[in-house]
Ligand binder design. Structure first.
Ligand code: FES
Length: 148
């Protein structure tokens, strides 16, 4: 193996390892659920954020929520025990569905990116994501869909 082949092989190996790490991080921290809609609100049990590992309770940073009545899923991010955001996963550029990657959402159509508060972090999109009011009732998040 000459020097050029060696560098090429190492480059692909490093790319594979870093991609695998990103995928594994997403697998452990993400979750997709189907939630019920009651009275114009999506009801999401808070237990969906809990992860139990060897007597230790931790929390997922976000979950993706869907319902057959929703055209796009909703990204629900947990900032603290009492602070959550609910964002419509519809790109504000031309309406493609976004993909969640940890703290951000990415549009595969033209590369727009949004942070976990719905702000644009990479164009061509120039408007923030639609967000929904979130309240906590009886160990459930109640996401108001009246703005849809
Ligand atoms: S539709 Fe998302 S970047 Fe164009």
């Amino acid at each position: 193996m000459n020097r050029k082949e060696f560098i090429k092989t190492c480059g692909f190996a490093c790319l594979g390892v870093s991609t695998l790490g990103l995928l594994m991080q997403n697998c452990t921290s993400s979750k997709m659920i189907t939630a019920q809609i009651m009275d114009d609100s999506l009801i999401v049990p808070l237990s969906n954020f809990e992860v139990s590992k060897e007597n230790e309770k931790t929390f997922r940073k976000y979950i993706v929520v869907q319902n057959e009545k929703l055209q796009y899923p909703i990204y629900v991010c947990r900032f603290s025990e009492t602070e959550y955001t609910a964002l419509y996963m519809r790109c504000t550029h031309q309406g493609a569905e976004l993909t969640a990657y940890g703290d951000k959402m990415v549009c595969s159509a033209h590369g727009s990116e949004f942070d976990n508060r719905g702000n644009v972090t990479n164009s061509p999109a120039d408007k923030p994501l639609k967000s929904f009011p979130v309240t906590i009732e009886n160990q459930n998040l109640k996401i108001s869909l009246k703005a849809l």
